[in-house]
Design a protein around this ligand. Structure first.
Ligand code: TZP
Ligand code: MG
Length: 241
């Protein structure tokens, strides 16, 4: 089974984290991450594989599947369906919280929070070549994240969000800038999350985020394919000016 990032063009060229470097430190994150959130998509009337198809058709090449209240069997079935679609499109999929589901669904990796398995423990399940992200909210958590075997550090909520009760105030783009500065020395990219919209996306990338992750704003217009395309085109234009 081709588990890992190698077969999606995300080649891992560095030795494992024991060398003192981050795993996947050459890993090039797509600048846009569409989060397929089970609760938000159900509320918006979307079936998840259809939403995945819409995001992929709009050009998303980095998906995260998040299902906070799902039973394990359902979570695995839907994750597997999303991974099959994403792999056919050459996209990377990571699973929120659950390293076991990520591995069983043949996803590319897992996104962890502060209260989930440690990155090292998750790597024992998903492997050295997998993508492992870690959510942070404070400067202390960012600094601690730098010594974990992770592929990227996530920072948020950047702006106010109603999608998740994080327990933290909005951290602002200044925290993204700070995280990017601290991560740079370790070759660790930053994924920014929380309250990001099409209008704020460019500012967040300009603050140093390698990627932005979005839930609510994808669903807001009722046309996720068109919304994803608008993000992808807007961010691509940044690279061409
Ligand atoms: N982690 C920090 S904020 C957040 C998560 C999962 C919610 C992001 O959702 P939205 O709708 O893009 O603000
Ligand atoms: Mg979590």
């Amino acid at each position: 089974m081709g588990f890992g990032i190698r077969d999606s063009g995300f080649e891992r060229r560095t030795p494992a984290y024991e060398s003192g470097r981050s795993p996947n430190s050459q890993f090039q994150l797509p600048s846009f991450c569409a989060i397929l959130d089970a609760d938000a998509s159900a509320a918006a009337g979307w079936v998840l594989p259809d939403l995945a198809d819409a995001c992929l058709a709009g050009g998303a090449r980095f998906l995260q599947f998040r299902a906070k209240h799902a039973a394990g069997g359902w979570f695995l079935d839907v994750a597997t369906a999303i991974v099959l679609r994403a792999r056919a499109a050459g996209a990377v999929v990571i699973v929120n919280d659950r390293a076991d589901i990520a591995r069983l669904a043949n996803a590319h990796g897992v996104h962890l929070g502060q209260d989930d398995l440690s990155p090292r423990a998750a790597r024992a399940i998903v492997g050295d070549a997998a993508v492992v992200g870690l959510s942070t909210h404070t400067v202390g958590q960012i600094d601690a994240a730098l010594s974990h075997p992770i592929s990227y550090v996530a920072v948020g909520p950047v702006f106010g969000t109603s999608t998740k009760t994080t327990g933290y105030d909005a951290v602002g783009v200044s925290r993204v800038r700070e995280a990017a500065r601290r991560g740079r020395g370790r070759g660790l990219p930053v994924v920014a999350i929380g309250g990001i919209t099409l209008d704020s996306a460019v500012d967040v990338i300009n603050a140093g985020a390698a990627s932005i992750a979005v839930i609510g704003d994808l669903l807001r217009t009722g046309d996720p394919e068109g919304r994803v395309r608008a993000y992808v085109e807007r961010l691509a234009r940044m690279n061409n000016v």
